[in-house]
Design a protein around this ligand. Structure first.
Ligand SMILES: Nc1ncnc2c1ncn2[C@@H]1O[C@H](COP(=O)(O)OP(=O)(O)OP(=O)(O)O)[C@@H](O)[C@H]1O
Ligand SMILES: [Mg+2]
Length: 500
């Protein structure tokens, strides 16, 4: 166990870290913080949800010179939501040092952003497109930047972003430290990265598999036309606290969100065609429980840290094994348990094999549940609700009526009637999705020929827990007693009766 105390942090940063509830450093923090604080370039690869943000954030904050009120550090992240989230985490880490952090991303008012940048926040966290815009307009001062971070580095150096990133890095001072982090790092991208850095130290957490062991991984083999019913049945049985359903296209996401809503789920979609205001709003509702199922394209696959996401469903299997890793990594974070189910059409089975091989994980088969099993799942929720109410023990006002009922009817019938009323009848609204063609594996094999390198890693992401100001999701992996008290509103028992 490595405490942050032994990592040689300054008093103010240490105070922030402790206040954030971090008791001990995660393995990636333990290994990369000393090297980064030494001023060296680092490529850090560790599983999803293992604290990479603080692994680059802490050294970066430590390096900020408070006497210089100029922009000194820059973090580039692939999506707006991630830029926001990273900025928030850096703000927390730098709160006692008084470091000013500004998120900068598209879809927001340019004029205001320019005014904010003029004030020279010490750290800017930006998406590539908007950042390049500012670089070209010369509305960001880069001359004092000593640290640059690419979060989700492989994604940032992937086809879609690489030219922007190259253009941005070319404008940064040569005398700088560059830090790259991601849960995945395909070899060809690693090579590109190395060329952009100065003798980088690569830190790879040894893990047997690229995915976190605490995420139980399943698949259902299901025809395209049966996917939607299968999804709603699984949701009825699993009763996730919060679930993310990934779809392949924006249209798919819209159709899924509408279909789930029609069947009575509180679901909303998020993808790149929505206005920034709408995107933020959906995410906010998901975080506070107003939305229980977030349907998303890969825009939500990388980096997002939302506590309480117990389940991830790959309604459409992703093209790349890397995307698979990031998508399912939205659950099972910071030592919590998670559960992931991928929907595979018969023709995509070989694609699943490729994912298993590349990520080194075993994905277990799950039977498609019957409508009856789904209904039983709903009954179980009714029972939970009833038990919760029983244990809350403020039922005096109902005692007289209850006694009368028990005199007239037998008690089992009375309770059954109550349960029937509490059981949500799932609306069987027909939902027709526009059909998608299966993923082609040949294409994937061709592009991803050198993935065996991941197989010799050992798990590095376990064994730490925040125990202070915990985000309140306790793993109940074994299911515990049948009638768990669900404590507080929407928290429900974590069921794993997937075979029932
Ligand atoms: N030392 C720690 N102890 C407890 N919790 C921590 C610690 N470090 C980070 N966390 C928390 O763990 C969660 C995951 O961290 P973070 O988002 O940095 O993961 P990540 O490795 O970047 O994941 P991803 O690959 O998905 O981006 C966050 O809620 C973060 O606050
Ligand atoms: Mg991250």
């Amino acid at each position: 166990m490595t405490t942050f105390n032994s990592l040689g942090l300054s008093k103010s940063v240490l105070k922030s870290v402790l206040e954030m509830g971090f008791e001990e450093a995660t393995p990636v923090q333990e290994q990369t913080i000393p090297i980064a604080m030494d001023g060296r370039d680092v490529i850090g690869q560790a599983q999803t949800g293992t604290g990479k943000t603080a692994a680059f954030g802490i050294p970066m904050i430590e390096k900020i010179n408070q006497d210089i009120k100029k922009t000194q550090g820059i973090v580039i992240a692939p999506t707006r939501e991630l830029a926001m989230q990273v900025a928030t985490e850096l703000n927390k880490l730098g709160q006692y040092k008084g470091v000013r952090v500004l998120p900068v991303y598209g879809g927001t008012d340019m004029g205001r952003q320019i005014r904010e940048l003029k004030k020279q926040p010490q750290i800017v966290v930006a998406t590539p497109g908007r950042l390049l815009d500012h670089v070209r307009r010369k509305t960001i001062n880069l001359t004092n930047i000593h640290t640059a971070v690419l979060d989700e580095a492989d994604e940032m150096l992937n086809m879609g972003f690489i030219e922007d990133i190259k253009a941005i890095l070319a404008e940064l001072p040569l005398q700088r430290q560059t830090l790259l982090f991601s849960a995945t790092m395909p070899k060809e991208i690693h090579e590109i990265a190395t060329k952009m850095m100065k003798k980088p130290e690569t830190v790879r957490l040894k893990a047997k598999q690229m995915t976190v062991e605490r995420i139980d991984q399943y698949f259902v083999e299901v025809n395209e036309g049966k996917k939607f019913d299968t999804l709603t049945r699984l949701l009825d049985i699993h009763v996730p606290d919060l679930a993310i359903v990934f779809g392949r296209t924006k249209r798919r996401v819209d159709e899924l969100a509408d279909g789930l809503t029609a069947r009575g789920f509180r679901a909303e979609g998020i993808h790149g065609d929505l206005t920034q205001g709408k995107r933020q709003n959906v995410l906010k509702k998901f975080k506070n429980g107003g939305v229980e199922v977030l349907v998303a394209t890969d825009v939500a696959a990388r980096g997002l840290d939302i506590s309480g996401v117990t389940h991830v469903y790959n309604f459409d299997i992703p093209q790349d094994p890397e995307s698979y890793v990031h998508r399912i990594g939205r659950t099972g974070r910071a030592g919590n348990d998670g559960y992931a189910v991928s929907f595979i059409t018969p023709r995509e089975m070989s694609h699943l094999n490729l994912i298993e091989k590349t990520t080194g994980s075993k994905v277990k088969r799950l039977q498609i549940p019957s409508p009856d099993e789904a209904h039983k799942g709903q009954q179980k929720i009714a029972v939970d609700k009833l038990v919760e109410s029983l244990e809350a023990n403020n039922l005096d006002a109902f005692h007289a009526q209850a006694s009368e009922l028990i005199e007239q009817y037998d008690s089992v019938s009375v309770v059954s009637a109550a349960l029937k009323m509490l059981t949500k009848e799932r609306k069987n609204v027909p939902v027709n999705l526009t059909s998608l063609s299966p993923i082609s594996t040949k294409h994937a094999e061709k592009n991803k020929s050198n993935k065996k390198r991941y197989n010799d890693r050992k798990n590095g992401g376990k064994g730490y827990n925040r125990n202070h100001k915990s985000k309140g999701y306790n793993s109940k992996k074994s299911g515990g007693g049948q009638y768990q008290k669900s404590g507080g509103g929407r928290k429900r028992s974590y069921q794993r009766n997937q075979n029932s």
